[in-house]
Design a protein around this ligand. Structure first.
Ligand code: GLP
Length: 242
């Protein structure tokens, strides 16, 4: 069952989500957080960094595993998810960088990298709280619409719609990587708690589909409705079609 929290706007969504994540860290200071990239969580990370800066939050024991990474982008590339996480969160809070994990976009052997990253997630002993955004086509992480739910970390060919959507952040659409590594649906669903956030009118059709539509691998996020502790925080614009 999907719990739904309506937020007024982007700022309200960000603060509500940050409150839930900070409660998790306060209740368990060595929490394992599953983290997401994209434009949507930036306000959440800014809020968490602000609270950490004020001394209200302590990341020193927190461990993180990110959902995904582009294949082919090195960590120093300004569109890599490693770079995103460092700029938007890791360098702003007192986290031990050795406790942060992402797939390695430059790994030579894709199969080995998927296995390695799966083992990293397993070795954490389970994700306490997984943060998710949602793609316009219903993807979570980079689990694209498909005929099946892929359970484990895998290399995925990005759909044209995702390449198009993410091209806004690159100089040209030709620079957008065609492949990515992503956590699988099984690893995401194993998290004890899941928080999915959505903001803006562009997300309204997929949020409506998520809430009202059937569970199908054509809309990967729809599987979340089978999770026992999942909360959607969406602002008024994202909820405007519901
Ligand atoms: C990206 C990421 C997802 C993210 C989604 C939405 O492709 N792989 O994890 O949730 O797209 O991004 P945004 O928040 O920028 O709309």
């Amino acid at each position: 069952m999907l719990k739904i929290i309506r937020a007024r706007d982007y700022k309200d969504m960000s603060r509500k989500a940050a409150n839930i994540i900070s409660a998790q860290i306060i209740l368990k200071n060595d929490s394992v957080l599953g983290l997401a990239t994209g434009s949507t969580p930036i306000g959440i990370y800014n809020t968490l960094a602000h609270w950490c800066d004020k001394g209200d939050l302590d990341f020193s024991q927190v461990k993180t595993v990110n959902l995904d990474e582009y294949v082919g982008l090195p960590a120093y590339h300004d569109q890599s998810y490693y770079y995103f996480m460092r700029e938007n969160l890791f360098k702003k809070v007192n986290i031990d960088i050795n406790n942060t994990h992402l797939p390695d976009g430059t790994a030579e052997n894709a199969e080995e990298e998927c296995e390695r990253y799966h083992n990293v997630i397993e070795s954490m002993g389970g994700i306490d709280l997984q943060l998710l955004g949602i793609g316009n086509n219903g993807h979570i992480g980079f689990n694209e619409p498909s005929d099946i739910f892929e359970t484990k970390v895998h290399k995925v060919e990005l759909t044209e719609s995702t390449i198009q959507a993410n091209s806004r952040l690159f100089d040209s659409i030709d620079d957008v990587p065609r492949y990515a590594y992503t956590m699988g649906i099984g690893e995401i669903m194993s998290a004890k708690q899941i928080l999915i956030v959505a903001s803006g009118k562009a997300k309204a059709p997929i949020v409506k589909e998520l809430i009202e539509g059937p569970v199908t691998p054509k809309v990967p996020a729809s599987i979340l409705k089978f999770h026992g502790n999942v909360t959607l925080i969406a602002d008024e614009d994202a909820m405007s079609l519901v």
